[in-house]
Design a protein around this ligand. Structure first.
Ligand code: DC
Length: 213
């Protein structure tokens, strides 16, 4: 099994690093956060509440998720640009607490893992989904640094949000993702922790590549 897992909190740079790592190694890149966002988006569209497990289970049964390069499609519709909103940040975190949703997505993720070499990014890749992966990393950064990066990103998109507001949202999502009862964000005992607060993307990639050997 050739799987590299990269877990960590929101805004630690997992996506940039994982995507580039997959490109350099010729592996497939699996963005599992996008999968939770896709389910959240579909639930919102149908008006399904996160407390309604039965409706979420039906929703998952009817859902077809496809990947096409950097795009994610729900029942044939490309929703990639619709899932990166602050509303979906919060709603995907809510949906990710629900057991039926996690079971459904874990099944798809493992199936993709059986198909080939993978860089899998998320919250529970090394602890649950691919707990037997050969190489596990936990990429983190201080909440302040993650908020500054997010602020820069939003500014580049023409959106002005205060640092305090972004920091509060990041801390709230960290709390929700780390304290939920199923597959919470945790540092796997056998993973390598990388704090990217003072590192460039290239520095992080070099560390990972040298660990993989
Ligand atoms: O990585 P992201 O910000 O796109 O993830 C969105 C939400 O999905 C995140 O707040 C928690 C959830 N998630 C999860 O529970 N497990 C994963 N493997 C990936 C994401």
């Amino acid at each position: 099994m050739n799987i590299i897992t990269i877990d960590g909190p929101a805004g630690a740079g997992k996506s940039t690093v994982s995507k580039e790592l997959a490109r350099r190694l010729g592996y497939m890149y699996l963005d599992t956060g996008a999968m939770y966002r896709a389910v959240a988006w579909a639930a919102r569209k149908k008006g399904v509440d996160t407390g309604d497990e039965k409706a979420l289970s039906e929703l998952c049964n009817d859902l077809r998720l496809d990947f096409d390069r950097d795009c994610i499609l729900v029942n044939g519709e490309d929703i990639s640009s619709l899932i990166r909103t602050t509303e979906m940040d919060r709603f995907s975190s809510e949906v990710s607490k629900v057991a039926v949703v996690r079971e459904y997505l874990t099944g798809i993720q493992r199936e993709l893992g059986r198909q080939g070499q993978l860089v899998a990014e998320g919250r529970d890749m090394g602890t649950v989904v691919f707990f037997r992966a050969a190489h596990k990393f936990f990429l983190t950064a201080s909440a302040g640094e993650r908020a500054r990066r997010r602020k820069r990103q939003l500014r580049n998109q023409g959106k002005e949000v205060t640092y305090e507001e972004i920091l509060a949202r990041i801390e709230a999502r960290d709390r929700a993702d780390s304290t939920r009862s199923i597959a919470p964000l945790q540092v796997a005992p056998d993973c390598i922790v990388i704090d990217s607060s003072d590192l460039t993307v290239e520095d992080v990639l070099e560390k990972i590549l040298s660990e993989i050997g």
